[in-house]
Design a protein around this ligand. Structure first.
Ligand code: XMP
Length: 488
């Protein structure tokens, strides 16, 4: 029979995207405020909100990763830079807060006060333990240096009677000591008096300030970084400082990538999340890699992406999530899925989770925030932030992430560059998205994410129906002012 679906086209399935479907309302026994949005982002790590920021150079550097982890999510540091810079970003996230700081910045007694001051400024800290070799011999505080001359030696002005504690001290005990002695820093020393760590009042107070933060076992903020499976060297350099390594290639379902990742997983101790993949078959092949810790899924849905437009290829995020979830279920694998690309609002987040994701990765929505590295610009009396695809010509010109796109297509841009409306701090964006997600889950009658997987029922909208799901027959203020409408 002749028709549209003839020959090869007979095999064409419908590939649904966020805008094609709705979540059907279900019997609800929870109020949105009671909905639990905690989740698992990789084999060994949990988040308090299911949000991950994209590894893009206009989205995630240390500032975004710190801010998002404090809210309970996770930042994936981009790799469009030399490895040294990416490692420095990771260290900064880990140093931002900790119960016990392990990588302590120190000075030697023979160094000059001016050098110590420079270190304090560079690392934004107010005091330094003084060590000879590894042995703690003093502490240099803000008070010690206040009236010191720059050329004086640290040993002349440091506090020599240092109050210290032993390994294993509890936070409550540390608070008591800090309080009793009116001090801000408590070095941890071993039997030989060697410096083993540092507890600071600042870190303890930050912990109280961000009770929702996503932390590792040491109380430091969780941190992830992007890598190429083919760049083992970078993965190994980052491994000591991050909890999760996320492969950052547009088409992970590629023999070379699969083989390289097999090797890589064995060489690092961090969780390795693999992607991007978009189909059932890709999940099946990725599952052959022993030791992986999760999946990053979606091909071509990103808001800055032109892969589908230019190359005619894509596995939209909703379809990719459902396909990979299906494969994992059939293979009895309970690893988390991160749905990546095309998320425009809380509704899309709810749909991605309902299709089987444990978390969503967002570039566009986080690029709008103050903590994103992109530059801020005023256009027509409104503020916008720069946002570019990692396959855009300008990002690829920076070279380091160019291999995200396969060698033959490097000549072709797979991303665009533009501006997104400025939305202020990550904390307020997260608050709004979480409120929307809770409301959506409430409608679906799910009190947590696993329950959403079970209970969610999708409805398919026709193209005409889609128009009815948006505001209609009303002149919206943004349109009447002649300004571009913006979505959120
Ligand atoms: P959103 O929709 O949040 O998507 O902006 C972010 C995701 O898009 C992917 N990404 C790209 N995809 N060309 C692409 O085809 C690009 O230049 C590009 N840059 C980023 C990436 O998965 C990111 O998380």
């Amino acid at each position: 029979m002749k028709g549209f679906f003839t020959g090869k086209l007979k095999e064409a399935g419908v590939v649904l995207t966020f805008q094609d479907v709705v979540l059907l309302p279900g019997l609800s026994e929870v109020e949105p405020s009671q909905v639990d949005v905690r989740t698992r982002v990789s084999r060994n790590y949990k988040l308090n909100i299911p949000f991950v920021s994209s590894p893009m150079d206009t989205v995630t550097e240390s500032e975004m990763a710190i801010a998002l982890a404090r809210e309970g999510g996770l930042g994936v540091l981009h790799r469009n830079c030399p490895v040294e810079k990416q490692v420095e970003m990771a260290k900064k996230v880990k140093r931002a807060e900790a119960t016990v700081i392990r990588e302590v910045i120190t000075v030697e007694p023979g160094q000059k006060v001016e050098e110590a001051l420079r270190l304090m400024e560079q690392h934004n800290i107010s005091g330094l333990p003084v060590v000879e070799g590894e042995k703690l011999v003093g502490i240099l505080t803000g008070r010690d240096v206040r009236f010191a001359r720059p050329e004086q030696k640290v040993s002349e002005v440091m506090t020599k009677q240092v109050i210290t504690a032993k390994e294993g001290i509890t936070i409550e005990e540390a608070i008591q000591i800090l309080h009793a002695h009116r001090i801000e820093k408590l070095p941890i020393v071993d039997e030989q008096g060697k410096l083993r760590g540092l507890i600071t009042f600042k870190d303890i107070s930050l912990k109280g300030k961000y009770p929702q933060a996503a932390r590792d076992a040491q109380g430091q903020l969780l941190c992830a970084a992007a890598i190429s499976p083919a760049d083992l060297e970078r993965a190994k350099r980052l491994d000591p400082y991050v909890d999760i390594l996320v492969t950052d290639v547009a088409h992970f379902h590629n023999r070379n990538m699969l083989e390289a990742t097999k090797k890589l997983v064995k060489e690092v101790s961090a969780d390795v999340v693999v992607g991007n993949i978009g189909t059932y078959e890709a999940a099946e092949d990725a599952l052959q890699i022993e030791g992986i810790a999760g999946f990053r899924v979606g091909v071509g849905s990103g808001s800055i992406c032109v892969t589908t437009e230019n190359l005619g290829v894509g596995a939209p995020t909703l379809y990719a999530t459902a396909s990979v979830a299906d494969a994992l279920k059939n293979y009895g694998c309970d690893l988390p899925i991160i749905a990546d690309g095309g998320i425009r609002n809380a509704g899309d987040i709810a749909l991605a989770l309902a299709a089987g994701a444990s978390a969503v990765m967002m570039g566009n929505l986080f690029a709008r925030c103050k903590e994103a590295p992109g530059s801020l610009m005023a256009i027509g009396g409104r503020y916008y932030k720069q946002y570019r695809g990692m396959g855009s010509p300008s990002a690829m010109a920076q070279r380091y992430a160019a291999d995200r796109y396969s060698a033959p297509s490097k000549e072709i841009a797979e991303g665009v560059e533009g501006w997104v409306p400025y939305k202020g701090e990550v904390s307020s964006v997260v608050k709004e998205l979480v409120a929307g997600l809770r409301a959506a889950m409430g409608y679906a009658g799910a009190k947590n994410i696993p329950e959403l997987w079970e209970k969610a029922k999708f409805g398919y909208l026709t193209q005409v129906g889609t128009q009815e799901t948006r505001p209609h027959d009303v002149l919206l203020p943004s349109e009447s002012w002649g300004l571009p409408p913006y979505t959120f």
